[in-house]
Design a binder for this molecule. Sequence first.
Ligand code: UDP
Length: 305
Amino acid sequence: MRFLIAGGGGFIGSHLSEKLLKKGHKVVAVDNFCSSSRKNIEGFKEHENFNVVEEDILNGVSIEGEIDYVLHFASRASPKNYQEHPLHTLRTNTEGTLKMCRLADNKNAKLLYASTSEVYGDPEKHPQTEDYWGNVNPHGPRSCYDEGKRAGEATLRSYSEKNNLDYRIIRIFNTYGPRMMKNDGRVVTNFMRQAKNGKPITVYGDGTQTRSFCYIEDLVAGIIKSTESENGKVYNLGNPEEHTINELAEKIKDLTGSDSQIVHRELPQDDPLRRKPDISKAKRELGWEPETGLSEGLEKTLKAF
Ligand code: UDP
């Protein structure tokens, strides 16, 4: 098959590109590298089945030849990065998603959209199932991303009402692994950088907020299984193993053998207090669940860091 991956040079997109090439598929990666590094694709950019188109999806992309599948992973995704570029983030997920719908429609291709656990906002339901509607501040610092992704989901739904679009949506929970940008401001990269450099490890708030961290290889396996799912389906993809941010700080400190101090900083506005996917639907319908525990995944990530 020939896949077009919008955001194919990003952290998740590049791992996905690589895996699909290994499976014998053709990949066209469209990326403007605004929140990723060209180094991500260095290992396979000369592969005969790989092409990279350096373009912002908002400018439109015209691709020669047939495309069987459009995977839309283009978006800034770290809170620090998307809050620095709120309008671009919002537009990528709204106008950009509409463009991806039109492209898939014109090519008679299927579409998979990478949505996020952030559509659940600061959840009142725990763990989060796909039928939970979320608790999102529409006018807050995270809304460019949260509401952008929610509008992205609505775009797929609305477009397909009158057009022949075969789509599915995955909601990705916190994912980590090699190729994350070291300066993206996310918790895993911040703590690793701080621990390795003997700098204070900055826990925001009292550190009792939770996240559930999924290792990239597990996520990619889940994405590939999701491509085979039925039209209109929505799946949570993430690792349900839930940890407080304090636990994560201690774990990274231990794994690096660092003598960094753990310090507390102000909790950012609208920071979700807890987050954990209910993945029973993905388990049941896709036969997928993560296999990598947090310590194992962090060790692999540290090696690459
Ligand atoms: N966080 C932290 N210290 C940092 C960076 C993040 O304590 O240096 C916290 C952040 O407040 C949030 C969690 O770690 O509660 C995850 O933040 P991240 O930016 O990785 O992603 P989010 O899950 O919020 O989208």
